[in-house]
Design a protein around this ligand. Sequence first.
Ligand code: DLZ
Length: 161
Amino acid sequence: MATRDLSAYDVNSVPPAENMRFGVVVAEWNLQITGALANGAVDTLKKHGAVEDNISVKYVPGTFELPMGGQFFAEMDNVDAVILLGCVIQGETRHFDYICEAVAQGTKDLNLKYNKPFIFGVLTTNDEQQAIDRAGGVHGNKGDEAAVTAIKMIDLQRSFK
Ligand code: DLZ
C-alpha cells in the first residue's frame, strides 16, 4: 500500500482557527524529528488563522511523557485542543512496544477523560529514515496532519454547543 502524503489535505475543508487555543507537547527524544513535527504543526495552525499567542509549546523528555504533558495542559491551561508530538524508533529491545502502547492508550484516555481533543502526532517507525520521511520529507509532515486534525476536532466539538 502506498504511503499517503501526510501534508496533503483539502485546504477548503479546514475551518478558520482564529479564535482557537492550542497546546503543543513535544518529546525531546529524537528532537531533530520532533522539532520538525512541531514546526510543521505550528506553521499549519498559523496558516489557518491561529495566532501566535494562542499556541503554547511545551517540551517533555520522551514520548512516554506526552500524555502527562497533555494532562498538565488540560488541568492548568484553557486550551481547546492539545497536539502531542513524538517519535519512537524501533530498537533492539521491547522498549518500543511499551512506549507506543503507553502513549497510544494514554492519549485515548485523555480524550475521553477531558472531553477535549488530544491529537496523536506520534511517529512509530522501524528506522530513522522512515521518521525523516514523515517529518517534512518525502511523505510529508505528521505535524501538519496533527494540526489539521486539531482544528477540525475543535470545530466539530463546537458544532454541538
Ligand atoms: C527510553 C526511550 C527509548 C529507548 N526510545 C525512545 C524513543 O525512540 N522515542 C522517545 O520519544 N523516547 C524514547 N525513550 C524515552 C521514553 O519515552 C521515556 O522518556 C523514558 O523511558 C523515561 O520515562
